[in-house]
Design a protein around this ligand. Structure first.
Ligand code: SF4
Length: 226
């Protein structure tokens, strides 16, 4: 079983990820909290690349809640039909726009309970919006973060909520705002589900996953003995 990382290991882990990507960002394209919310909503079980492809024209033609609501479900579908689950996503987006217009003057609320009350918006989406659009120290645990947390010993938990709470507890304050993006990008490009790239990983020496040596991590030299 993977051992939990120590405080010192966690400090080094995030220092290295910060060095590697000093200004991490979401890979979804957006120009306002509203567009971020819609992009995240569309990204469930879809890649960021496919969402960006669809929103490129959508956000030109309909950049805000009022104009997307005016499109209606059927016309919205023509923009997003290349994204998985587009039928239900189109309905959720239009209902979300309607609520934003009726209750929040077309703006995105910055309170978790208001966000989670929107159709198609769960805890993970709310966490992304609160963190990325409003700079709140939340942790949206997706499949990448769940895997990295458990595999490395950074934050172990049997479900996403447990990992989320553990991460919020163990991550030093100085890293908390960007930690979400660092972990996602690390999981997406290095600590991948299959064949993790431990041989080129910048945190291999503080990672506790025993199998990392089978995936190319260097075996630490033992101190010389007389
Ligand atoms: S050494 Fe391997 S398992 Fe550990 S964080 Fe790096 S890629 Fe992931």
């Amino acid at each position: 079983m993977t051992k939990a990382m120590t405080k010192a290991q966690i400090q080094i882990f995030f220092e290295r990820l910060r060095e590697q990507r000093p200004h991490p960002k979401t890979e979804l394209n957006y120009e306002s909290p509203f567009q971020l919310l819609i992009a995240v909503l569309l990204s469930a079980q879809a890649t960021d690349v496919s969402v960006n492809k669809a929103t490129r024209q959508l956000f030109i033609d309909a950049p805000d809640a009022k104009s997307i609501y005016a499109l209606g479900v059927e016309r919205l579908k023509t923009y997003i039909k290349t994204i998985g689950l587009y039928n239900s996503k189109a309905e959720n987006v239009i209902k979300t726009c309607q609520i934003l217009l009726e209750k929040f003057d077309g703006q995105v609320p910055d309170q978790r309970k208001d966000l989670e009350a929107l159709p198609g918006v769960g805890r993970k989406t709310a966490n992304v919006v609160l963190n990325t659009a409003f700079g709140q120290p939340t942790m949206a645990v997706d499949t990448h973060i769940f895997r990295v947390g458990n595999r490395t010993g950074l934050a172990k938990g049997k479900d996403v909520l447990e990992v989320e709470q553990r991460l919020l507890k163990v991550i030093p304050k100085e890293f908390i705002l960007d930690a979400h993006h660092w972990l996602i990008l690390h999981g997406r490009y290095c600590c991948t589900a299959r064949k993790p790239k431990c041989g080129e990983c910048v945190v291999a020496d503080v990672c506790n996953w025993k199998e990392r040596f089978d995936y190319g991590a260097e075996i630490p030299l033992l101190p010389d003995r007389d």
